[in-house]
Design a protein around this ligand. Structure first.
Ligand code: IMP
Ligand code: MG
Length: 169
């Protein structure tokens, strides 16, 4: 394994998860919440968030891919869709990181076509980059500079997802 420099520590992540979960508990009380984890990167973030929720929710998964190595290919490959009936429900997308915002806006549009009651997004890391105009992140953890990070679900060519912190190679 290559040497990794810690950028966001395990403790910092833990504190942020608690803060985000408190807000979700408040905002989705008495709603029909469906949490949609965007695979694969968000599984760890999502599993930590949902274990802090004190409200009812369903969970589902969607999978897309756009990254090759450390660069976005710019093209989104749709791999598989959710199976729940989301019609009239309040969908919360959970994403690991937002770079160009293409992935998030693509998935948001898919759900708008499914006639959801509301669609919101929760993103652990937001990269400081000029995003698509239409992309709004409702809950986010950290803002970082435009660098490639790994750990806590994030990979470099499939590796490093298991690190408990976020770091730079
Ligand atoms: P976007 O569509 O350009 O916003 O890219 C978002 C997707 O690219 C995320 O879901 C990640 O899977 C991947 N990605 C973007 N930046 C990084 C990074 O720094 N490390 C690991 N994966 C990343
Ligand atoms: Mg991802």
């Amino acid at each position: 394994m290559k040497k990794i420099k810690v950028l966001i520590s395990e403790t910092e992540i833990k504190n942020k998860i608690n803060k985000i979960a408190r807000q979700i508990n408040k905002d989705f009380k008495n709603k029909n919440l469906v949490i949609v984890s965007i695979l694969s990167g968000s599984v760890i973030f999502c599993s930590d968030i949902i274990r802090k929720l004190k409200i009812d929710f369903e969970i589902d998964f969607i999978r897309v891919s756009s990254y090759k190595g450390t660069k976005s290919s710019g093209k989104i490959k749709f791999l598989y869709d959710t199976v729940s009936d989301v019609n009239g429900k309040d969908v919360l997308l959970i994403e690991d990181i937002c770079d160009t915002g293409k992935t998030l806006s693509y998935i948001k549009n898919l759900f708008l076509k499914k006639k959801v009651n509301s669609i919101k997004s929760c993103v652990l890391i937001d990269k400081k980059l000029k995003k698509h105009k239409d992309i709004k992140i409702d809950y986010f953890g950290f803002t970082i500079n435009n660098e490639f990070v790994v750990g806590y679900g994030l990979d470099y060519n499939g590796k490093y997802r298991g690190l408990p912190y976020i770091g730079v190679i």
